[in-house]
Design a protein around this ligand. Structure first.
Ligand SMILES: *[C@@H]1O[C@H](CO)[C@@H](O)[C@H](O)[C@H]1NC(C)=O
Ligand SMILES: *[C@@H]1O[C@H](CO)[C@@H](O)[C@H](O)[C@H]1NC(C)=O
Ligand SMILES: *[C@@H]1O[C@H](CO)[C@@H](O)[C@H](O)[C@H]1NC(C)=O
Length: 270
């Protein structure tokens, strides 16, 4: 029941144009630091302090922040009196804790543990903080076996995509329509009695086709793919060759796109 609901919700979101191709994953860091030090820490060990620039991103952030043990900085600060997201975007949608008289004209923002809303305070105060990593789903238009796809993704990007978060599933729904094969490999594998994601994520949210038993597939159908038409997951023979989804660090995707631009700008060789 749960899996059907999920797919329906995602399809509605996609129709409403809410799907974004950047996938932000947020991490709570317990250590208490000033906002600047936290910013540096996140840029060193993750990609950045956590930002959530629209309602959809905010909802996803709050899911990741649900069990925060203490108040924690987010990537929101003022520059000449204007609120900005760390990364440089003007902040338009900010979920201030207005019923507690926020904001109060201080320099940096934290998420209140109890209210789940933003408060501002002096940037030199010390708080725990949220860092994020940004990844992206890439549809690769090559035809590979499941193992071939895994190898390609691990070499060129990060991994064969694990659609473990609603964000990832959502992004896959939008992109699979561009596939050239009927099915698209994803990082789902059946081994030793269980289906699992190759990157080790929990298999909580699923979108199996109604006709598929998620348990015990036939001996020759032990790799997972997304059906381009129904957009549900099905069991396929690992030796079949399909297009596939890789997950990539967003920063790396941009570099590769730049490299491709360079290649296409080079004069043709005679
Ligand atoms: C976050 O990104 C950094 C930098 O790319 C990487 O080293 C780290 O392993 C990532 N962390 C997680 C939990 O994905
Ligand atoms: C992959 O297979 C599909 C379907 O058989 C075909 O249309 C497509 O041209 C193939 N792509 C490549 C890059 O070989
Ligand atoms: C693209 O070309 C420019 C100018 O030649 C160079 O500075 C840059 O490093 C190249 N970028 C990549 C990603 O190769």
């Amino acid at each position: 029941m749960k899996m059907k609901m999920t797919l329906a919700v995602l399809l509605v979101m996609e129709i409403c144009g809410l799907s974004s191709s950047l996938i932000k994953q947020h991490f709570f860091v317990k250590e208490k630091m000033t906002w600047d030090s936290a910013n540096n820490y996140c840029k060193t060990y993750f990609h950045d302090l956590s930002t959530f620039t629209n309602e959809n991103e905010e909802q996803r952030f709050l899911e990741d922040a649900a069990h925060q043990p203490s108040d924690a900085w987010v990537g929101l600060y003022t520059e000449s009196g204007v609120w900005m997201w760390s990364g440089g975007e003007n902040a338009i949608h900010i979920n201030w804790d207005t019923s507690n008289k926020q904001p109060e004209n201080d320099g940096c923002a934290f998420l209140h543990k109890g209210h789940k809303k933003l408060h501002d305070i002096d940037c030199d105060d010390k708080y725990s903080f949220f860092c994020m990593n940004i990844s992206e789903l890439v549809l690769v238009l090559r035809n590979e076996t499941w193992e071939g796809a895994l190898e390609y993704c691990r070499k060129q990007y990060n991994d064969l995509a694990s659609l473990s978060s609603l964000n990832m599933m959502d992004s896959a729904l939008g992109k699979s329509t561009q596939a050239e094969t009927e099915y698209v490999w994803i990082g789902l594998r059946y081994l030793a009695g269980d289906w699992f994601w190759v990157n080790g994520d929990d298999l909580d949210n699923t979108a199996w086709s109604r006709n598929e038993q998620s348990q015990c597939p036939a001996r020759d159908l032990r790799c997972g793919a997304q059906d381009k038409k129904t957009r549900e997951w099905i069991h396929r023979n690992c030796e079949e060759k399909f297009n596939f989804f890789c997950s990539a660090q967003a920063v790396k995707v941009q570099e590769q796109q730049k490299q491709q631009e360079n290649i296409s700008q080079m004069p043709p060789t005679q």
